[in-house]
Design a protein around this ligand. Sequence first.
Ligand SMILES: [Zn+2]
Ligand SMILES: [Zn+2]
Length: 314
Amino acid sequence: MALDRRQFFGMGLAAGAAALAPRWARGQGAQLPDRVLQGREAALKTPITTTKLYDNVYLLQGAGGNMALQTGKEGLVLVDSSFSTSVPKVKDAIAAVSKDPADALINTHWHYDHTDGNEGMRAAGFTIFAHQKTRERMATPQTITFFKLVMPPSPEAALPTITFSDTMRAWHNGDSLFLAHFDPAHTDTDIYVHFEKANVLHVGDTWFNGFYPFIDEATGGRIGGMIDASKKALEIADKDTKIIPGHGPLGTKADLQRYHDMLTAVRDKVAALKASGVSEQDAVAKKPTAEFDPTWGKGMFNGDVFTGLVYRTI
Ligand SMILES: [Zn+2]
Ligand SMILES: [Zn+2]
Protein backbone atom coordinates (compact mmCIF):
# COMPACT_ATOMS: atom_id res chain seq x y z
CA MET A 1 0.00 0.00 0.00
CA ALA A 2 1.42 3.35 -0.95
CA LEU A 3 1.84 5.85 1.82
CA ASP A 4 -0.83 8.49 1.86
CA ARG A 5 0.25 11.50 3.86
CA ARG A 6 -3.32 12.24 4.78
CA GLN A 7 -3.37 9.06 6.82
CA PHE A 8 -1.62 10.87 9.60
CA PHE A 9 -3.19 13.91 11.22
CA GLY A 10 -4.96 14.88 8.03
CA MET A 11 -1.95 16.17 6.14
CA GLY A 12 -2.18 17.77 2.75
CA LEU A 13 -5.62 19.31 2.76
CA ALA A 14 -6.51 22.74 1.52
CA ALA A 15 -6.92 25.30 4.25
CA GLY A 16 -10.51 26.00 5.00
CA ALA A 17 -11.71 22.47 4.35
CA ALA A 18 -12.92 22.33 7.91
CA ALA A 19 -15.42 25.05 7.25
CA LEU A 20 -17.02 22.80 4.63
CA ALA A 21 -17.48 19.88 7.01
CA PRO A 22 -21.11 19.04 7.62
CA ARG A 23 -22.47 20.07 10.97
CA TRP A 24 -22.70 16.50 12.26
CA ALA A 25 -19.03 15.97 11.50
CA ARG A 26 -17.92 18.95 13.49
CA GLY A 27 -19.03 17.87 16.93
CA GLN A 28 -17.13 20.07 19.36
CA GLY A 29 -15.72 21.84 16.31
CA ALA A 30 -15.71 25.29 17.84
CA GLN A 31 -12.92 24.17 20.13
CA LEU A 32 -11.04 21.73 17.94
CA PRO A 33 -7.88 22.71 16.05
CA ASP A 34 -8.16 23.03 12.26
CA ARG A 35 -5.84 20.08 11.87
CA VAL A 36 -8.32 17.78 13.56
CA LEU A 37 -11.20 19.11 11.50
CA GLN A 38 -9.13 18.66 8.34
CA GLY A 39 -8.47 15.06 9.38
CA ARG A 40 -12.19 14.51 9.81
CA GLU A 41 -12.83 16.03 6.40
CA ALA A 42 -10.23 13.75 4.81
CA ALA A 43 -11.79 10.77 6.54
CA LEU A 44 -15.14 11.55 4.92
CA LYS A 45 -13.56 10.88 1.54
CA THR A 46 -11.29 7.98 2.47
CA PRO A 47 -12.60 4.44 2.02
CA ILE A 48 -11.84 1.71 4.54
CA THR A 49 -9.92 -1.24 3.13
CA THR A 50 -10.18 -4.65 4.79
CA THR A 51 -7.43 -7.28 4.82
CA LYS A 52 -8.02 -10.72 6.32
CA LEU A 53 -5.10 -11.72 8.58
CA TYR A 54 -6.53 -14.85 10.23
CA ASP A 55 -9.82 -16.79 10.35
CA ASN A 56 -11.42 -14.10 12.52
CA VAL A 57 -8.92 -11.22 12.53
CA TYR A 58 -8.82 -8.35 10.03
CA LEU A 59 -6.83 -5.21 9.35
CA LEU A 60 -8.94 -2.13 8.59
CA GLN A 61 -7.21 0.87 7.03
CA GLY A 62 -8.57 4.32 6.31
CA ALA A 63 -7.83 7.94 7.11
CA GLY A 64 -6.72 7.55 10.72
CA GLY A 65 -4.53 5.00 12.45
CA ASN A 66 -4.66 1.37 11.37
CA MET A 67 -7.36 -0.71 13.04
CA ALA A 68 -7.59 -4.41 13.91
CA LEU A 69 -10.88 -6.31 14.14
CA GLN A 70 -11.55 -9.65 15.79
CA THR A 71 -14.90 -11.28 15.06
CA GLY A 72 -16.72 -14.05 16.92
CA LYS A 73 -19.89 -15.00 18.75
CA GLU A 74 -18.57 -13.52 22.01
CA GLY A 75 -18.56 -10.13 20.33
CA LEU A 76 -16.42 -7.89 18.15
CA VAL A 77 -13.10 -6.51 19.35
CA LEU A 78 -11.88 -3.40 17.53
CA VAL A 79 -8.45 -1.86 18.06
CA ASP A 80 -8.58 1.94 17.56
CA SER A 81 -11.45 3.98 16.17
CA SER A 82 -10.00 6.37 13.55
CA PHE A 83 -11.83 9.65 13.00
CA SER A 84 -15.44 10.34 13.99
CA THR A 85 -16.26 10.79 10.32
CA SER A 86 -14.89 7.30 9.57
CA VAL A 87 -17.33 5.62 11.92
CA PRO A 88 -20.08 4.92 9.35
CA LYS A 89 -17.49 3.51 6.94
CA VAL A 90 -15.88 1.38 9.66
CA LYS A 91 -19.31 0.04 10.63
CA ASP A 92 -19.95 -0.86 6.99
CA ALA A 93 -16.56 -2.56 6.74
CA ILE A 94 -17.32 -4.57 9.87
CA ALA A 95 -20.80 -5.49 8.62
CA ALA A 96 -19.27 -6.79 5.41
CA VAL A 97 -17.37 -9.50 7.31
CA SER A 98 -19.43 -10.13 10.46
CA LYS A 99 -22.88 -10.03 12.01
CA ASP A 100 -21.46 -10.45 15.52
CA PRO A 101 -22.47 -7.97 18.24
CA ALA A 102 -20.23 -5.09 19.34
CA ASP A 103 -18.15 -5.76 22.43
CA ALA A 104 -14.78 -4.11 23.06
CA LEU A 105 -12.87 -1.18 21.54
CA ILE A 106 -9.22 -0.93 22.61
CA ASN A 107 -7.30 2.34 22.11
CA THR A 108 -3.56 1.96 21.46
CA HIS A 109 -2.89 5.54 22.73
CA TRP A 110 -4.61 8.88 23.22
CA HIS A 111 -4.06 10.58 19.83
CA TYR A 112 -7.20 11.68 18.03
CA ASP A 113 -6.46 9.85 14.78
CA HIS A 114 -6.93 6.66 16.87
CA THR A 115 -9.67 7.80 19.29
CA ASP A 116 -11.86 10.38 17.53
CA GLY A 117 -14.29 7.61 16.55
CA ASN A 118 -14.68 6.46 20.17
CA GLU A 119 -17.95 8.25 20.80
CA GLY A 120 -19.60 6.78 17.71
CA MET A 121 -18.32 3.30 18.45
CA ARG A 122 -19.48 3.50 22.04
CA ALA A 123 -22.93 4.49 20.78
CA ALA A 124 -22.77 1.36 18.61
CA GLY A 125 -22.27 -0.78 21.73
CA PHE A 126 -18.54 -0.99 22.23
CA THR A 127 -16.98 -0.73 25.70
CA ILE A 128 -13.72 1.21 25.49
CA PHE A 129 -10.49 -0.13 27.02
CA ALA A 130 -7.15 1.69 27.21
CA HIS A 131 -4.14 2.42 29.35
CA GLN A 132 -5.07 4.64 32.29
CA LYS A 133 -2.97 7.50 30.93
CA THR A 134 -4.94 7.44 27.69
CA ARG A 135 -8.08 8.23 29.67
CA GLU A 136 -6.25 10.84 31.74
CA ARG A 137 -4.92 12.63 28.68
CA MET A 138 -8.22 12.44 26.79
CA ALA A 139 -10.09 13.80 29.81
CA THR A 140 -7.92 16.90 30.13
CA PRO A 141 -6.61 19.58 27.72
CA GLN A 142 -3.43 18.52 25.90
CA THR A 143 -0.94 20.31 23.71
CA ILE A 144 0.89 18.56 20.88
CA THR A 145 3.65 21.13 20.71
CA PHE A 146 5.14 19.96 17.43
CA PHE A 147 1.92 20.67 15.52
CA LYS A 148 0.98 23.63 17.75
CA LEU A 149 -2.21 21.74 18.55
CA VAL A 150 -4.19 22.52 21.65
CA MET A 151 -6.63 19.67 22.20
CA PRO A 152 -9.69 20.24 24.38
CA PRO A 153 -10.87 17.39 26.61
CA SER A 154 -12.78 14.68 24.76
CA PRO A 155 -16.49 14.29 25.51
CA GLU A 156 -17.29 11.98 28.40
CA ALA A 157 -18.84 9.47 26.00
CA ALA A 158 -15.52 9.16 24.15
CA LEU A 159 -13.44 8.25 27.21
CA PRO A 160 -12.26 4.70 27.89
CA THR A 161 -14.28 3.24 30.75
CA ILE A 162 -12.00 0.31 31.61
CA THR A 163 -8.33 1.09 32.05
CA PHE A 164 -5.20 -0.75 33.14
CA SER A 165 -1.73 0.31 34.20
CA ASP A 166 0.62 -2.47 33.13
CA THR A 167 -0.84 -5.54 31.44
CA MET A 168 -4.21 -7.13 30.84
CA ARG A 169 -5.29 -10.44 29.37
CA ALA A 170 -8.64 -11.42 27.90
CA TRP A 171 -9.77 -14.80 26.62
CA HIS A 172 -12.20 -14.04 23.84
CA ASN A 173 -13.55 -15.72 20.73
CA GLY A 174 -11.17 -18.64 21.14
CA ASP A 175 -8.06 -16.49 21.33
CA SER A 176 -5.96 -15.00 24.10
CA LEU A 177 -5.49 -11.24 23.86
CA PHE A 178 -2.54 -9.79 25.71
CA LEU A 179 -2.42 -6.02 26.23
CA ALA A 180 0.66 -4.35 27.68
CA HIS A 181 1.93 -0.83 28.24
CA PHE A 182 5.14 0.25 26.58
CA ASP A 183 7.43 2.51 28.55
CA PRO A 184 7.08 6.06 27.12
CA ALA A 185 7.81 5.82 23.39
CA HIS A 186 5.55 7.62 20.87
CA THR A 187 3.61 9.02 23.88
CA ASP A 188 3.40 7.88 27.50
CA THR A 189 0.07 6.13 26.80
CA ASP A 190 1.16 3.49 24.25
CA ILE A 191 0.12 -0.14 24.48
CA TYR A 192 0.34 -3.14 22.20
CA VAL A 193 -2.39 -5.70 21.59
CA HIS A 194 -1.33 -9.25 20.81
CA PHE A 195 -3.85 -11.74 19.43
CA GLU A 196 -1.73 -14.69 20.49
CA LYS A 197 -3.39 -17.56 18.65
CA ALA A 198 -3.93 -15.55 15.48
CA ASN A 199 -0.34 -14.31 15.83
CA VAL A 200 -1.34 -10.73 15.05
CA LEU A 201 0.38 -7.91 16.93
CA HIS A 202 -0.88 -4.31 16.85
CA VAL A 203 1.87 -1.98 18.08
CA GLY A 204 0.12 1.36 17.58
CA ASP A 205 2.21 4.39 16.72
CA THR A 206 5.41 2.96 18.15
CA TRP A 207 5.83 1.83 14.52
CA PHE A 208 5.40 3.86 11.35
CA ASN A 209 6.16 1.23 8.74
CA GLY A 210 8.45 2.57 6.06
CA PHE A 211 9.03 6.17 7.12
CA TYR A 212 10.33 8.30 9.95
CA PRO A 213 7.88 8.23 12.87
CA PHE A 214 6.35 11.02 14.86
CA ILE A 215 7.47 11.21 18.47
CA ASP A 216 5.07 13.29 20.57
CA GLU A 217 7.61 14.94 22.82
CA ALA A 218 4.90 16.95 24.59
CA THR A 219 3.02 13.91 25.92
CA GLY A 220 5.91 11.74 27.00
CA GLY A 221 7.37 10.51 23.70
CA ARG A 222 11.12 9.86 23.44
CA ILE A 223 13.43 8.21 20.94
CA GLY A 224 14.89 5.75 23.46
CA GLY A 225 11.39 4.53 24.23
CA MET A 226 10.63 4.09 20.53
CA ILE A 227 13.72 1.89 20.23
CA ASP A 228 12.80 -0.06 23.35
CA ALA A 229 9.21 -0.53 22.13
CA SER A 230 10.31 -1.93 18.79
CA LYS A 231 12.79 -4.19 20.59
CA LYS A 232 9.98 -5.44 22.81
CA ALA A 233 7.79 -6.12 19.80
CA LEU A 234 10.64 -7.98 18.11
CA GLU A 235 10.93 -10.21 21.18
CA ILE A 236 7.22 -11.04 20.99
CA ALA A 237 7.10 -11.62 17.24
CA ASP A 238 8.23 -14.62 15.25
CA LYS A 239 8.79 -14.84 11.51
CA ASP A 240 5.10 -15.49 10.87
CA THR A 241 3.68 -12.71 13.06
CA LYS A 242 1.56 -10.18 11.22
CA ILE A 243 2.51 -6.84 12.77
CA ILE A 244 0.15 -3.89 12.43
CA PRO A 245 1.86 -0.50 12.63
CA GLY A 246 -0.05 2.63 13.62
CA HIS A 247 0.57 3.97 10.12
CA GLY A 248 1.79 2.40 6.91
CA PRO A 249 1.33 -1.10 5.52
CA LEU A 250 1.09 -4.37 7.45
CA GLY A 251 4.58 -5.56 8.32
CA THR A 252 6.73 -8.51 9.28
CA LYS A 253 9.35 -9.03 11.94
CA ALA A 254 12.03 -8.38 9.30
CA ASP A 255 10.41 -5.02 8.43
CA LEU A 256 10.25 -4.07 12.10
CA GLN A 257 13.90 -5.08 12.57
CA ARG A 258 14.93 -2.67 9.78
CA TYR A 259 12.97 0.11 11.46
CA HIS A 260 14.49 -0.67 14.84
CA ASP A 261 17.99 -0.66 13.37
CA MET A 262 17.36 2.68 11.62
CA LEU A 263 16.04 4.26 14.83
CA THR A 264 19.04 2.99 16.77
CA ALA A 265 21.58 4.22 14.22
CA VAL A 266 20.00 7.67 14.01
CA ARG A 267 19.74 7.93 17.79
CA ASP A 268 23.40 6.99 18.20
CA LYS A 269 24.57 9.56 15.65
CA VAL A 270 22.43 12.36 17.06
CA ALA A 271 23.30 11.46 20.65
CA ALA A 272 27.01 11.70 19.83
CA LEU A 273 26.51 15.16 18.35
CA LYS A 274 24.46 16.31 21.32
CA ALA A 275 26.97 14.91 23.79
CA SER A 276 29.76 16.85 22.08
CA GLY A 277 27.86 20.09 22.62
CA VAL A 278 26.48 20.57 19.09
CA SER A 279 23.26 22.61 19.08
CA GLU A 280 20.04 21.21 17.63
CA GLN A 281 20.30 23.53 14.65
CA ASP A 282 23.88 22.50 13.96
CA ALA A 283 23.07 18.81 14.45
CA VAL A 284 20.36 19.10 11.81
CA ALA A 285 22.80 20.87 9.47
CA LYS A 286 25.23 17.95 9.78
CA LYS A 287 22.61 15.63 8.19
CA PRO A 288 23.07 12.63 10.50
CA THR A 289 20.19 10.84 8.75
CA ALA A 290 21.61 11.27 5.23
CA GLU A 291 22.16 7.55 4.57
CA PHE A 292 18.60 6.75 5.65
CA ASP A 293 16.72 9.58 3.97
CA PRO A 294 16.27 7.93 0.56
CA THR A 295 14.44 5.03 2.26
CA TRP A 296 12.76 6.60 5.29
CA GLY A 297 12.49 10.31 4.51
CA LYS A 298 9.67 10.20 1.97
CA GLY A 299 6.80 10.05 4.42
CA MET A 300 5.52 12.71 6.68
CA PHE A 301 8.92 13.85 7.95
CA ASN A 302 12.19 14.45 6.15
CA GLY A 303 15.52 13.74 7.81
CA ASP A 304 15.91 17.28 9.14
CA VAL A 305 12.62 17.23 11.00
CA PHE A 306 13.27 13.75 12.35
CA THR A 307 16.74 14.73 13.52
CA GLY A 308 15.16 17.54 15.54
CA LEU A 309 12.64 15.16 17.12
CA VAL A 310 15.42 12.75 18.04
CA TYR A 311 17.70 15.50 19.35
CA ARG A 312 15.02 16.91 21.63
CA THR A 313 13.92 13.53 23.02
CA ILE A 314 17.27 11.91 23.77
ZN1 LIG B 1 -1.42 7.90 14.64
ZN1 LIG C 1 -0.07 8.76 17.62
